[in-house]
Design a protein around this ligand. Structure first.
Ligand SMILES: NC(=O)c1ccc[n+]([C@@H]2O[C@H](COP(=O)([O-])OP(=O)(O)OC[C@H]3O[C@@H](n4cnc5c(N)ncnc54)[C@H](OP(=O)(O)O)[C@@H]3O)[C@@H](O)[C@H]2O)c1
Length: 296
């Protein structure tokens, strides 16, 4: 019989991931701060718990998929948190994108209770979470990773072992640093082409057929020229990640000039009331700066 799994954080990503664990046959215990988001999982057979502590008391492996470092600290270390209910020998797999140093701190607290932790942030977005095709970037003890690979396989198409605790989180920041800069480059170039008078559809088609393409242009190019910013990855989460990039590059004395400018531009979009839209909404800031769509 498969062991009981706990899942905490049923947002954009977590709800799809948790459903795939149920589909794979795992007995699942779920918790979400806003309880109504757990109802769907309850209807397909998951046990809906009233606290992270109740989840961990019922589960041998606890997965968290939460917004940011402070949410993960609250849920794991806080009152009624995961560490209050957890049994010795259990494992925590945190899939959120958080500070590598906070991740190491939590892993050390877990170890005091005889509990292992993996940081396993993901590459992929809402669609990949629903389809079970995420890619996991894992930090922690290699044996713990290998022992829990089956759980990751139920939610993703592959996983990479990066190194000790915190290393999965560093790898995720490396990737989002590139994703943020790429999308800014795309928005800037699309606005240039639009103002010059190139047909926007033709422009995206050509970009995606040539070396100018990127994961961002393929996934979001068409929706960006239509002004459709339905949220797959919220701008406020990208701001959070770029702030982590800033903290960690400073901490390691790594100059990151392009990331710094891009961070300022995303922050500009956030303060303009676009925090909850997809991060590709940076296109609107660039359009505004170029005077596109405004009365002359
Ligand atoms: N969306 C993507 O494309 C994507 C891709 C890769 C990685 N990620 C990363 O994955 C994580 C989750 O992203 P998401 O898009 O699923 O975010 P989301 O939709 O905003 O969901 C965030 C979840 O965290 C919970 N939460 C936040 N603060 C909490 C707290 N203090 N205590 C308890 N629960 C708390 C929320 O509960 P409520 O429902 O009560 O608010 C919700 O369940 C983030 O770290 C993000 O950077 C996202």
């Amino acid at each position: 019989m498969l062991r009981q799994i706990g899942f905490i954080g049923l947002g954009t990503m977590g709800s799809g991931m948790a459903k795939n664990l149920v589909k794979a046959g795992y007995p699942l215990n779920v918790y979400n701060r806003s309880l109504e988001k757990a109802e769907g999982l309850g209807k397909i057979g998951a046990f809906v718990a009233k606290s992270p502590k109740e989840v961990s008391a019922r589960s041998g492996a606890i997965i968290t998929m939460l917004s940011d470092s402070s949410a993960v600290e609250d849920v794991i270390l806080g009152d009624n948190g995961v560490l209050e209910g957890i049994r010795k020998g259990s494992v925590i797999v945190d899939c959120s994108t958080i500070s590598p140093r906070v991740s190491v701190k939590i892993a050390n607290e877990a170890e005091k209770k005889g509990v292992e932790m993996l940081d396993a942030p993901v590459a992929g977005s809402k669609r990949q979470a629903e389809e079970g095709t995420l890619i996991f970037l894992v930090g922690g003890k290699k044996q713990v990773y290998e022992d829990n690979m089956q759980i990751l396989k139920a939610m993703g198409k592959s996983s990479f072992y990066i190194g000790q605790n915190g290393m999965g989180s560093y790898m995720k920041l490396v990737m989002n640093m590139i994703n943020a800069i790429n999308l800014q480059a795309l928005a800037e170039a699309l606005v240039f082409g639009m103002k010059a008078g190139i047909n926007p559809d033709l422009m995206v088609e050509i970009i995606n057929s040539t070396g100018a393409r990127s994961g961002g242009s393929e996934a979001k190019g068409k929706s960006m020229i239509r002004g459709n910013y339905e949220t797959a990855f919220a701008l406020k989460l990208m701001c959070k990640d770029m702030n982590l990039v800033r903290e960690e590059t400073r901490n390691l004395d790594v100059p990151a000039p392009t990331a710094s400018i891009v961070n300022e531009l995303y922050t500009m979009a956030k303060v303009k009331g676009k925090a909850d839209l997809d991060y590709s909404v940076i296109m609107e800031v660039m359009k505004e700066m170029a005077g596109i769509g405004q009365k002359q």
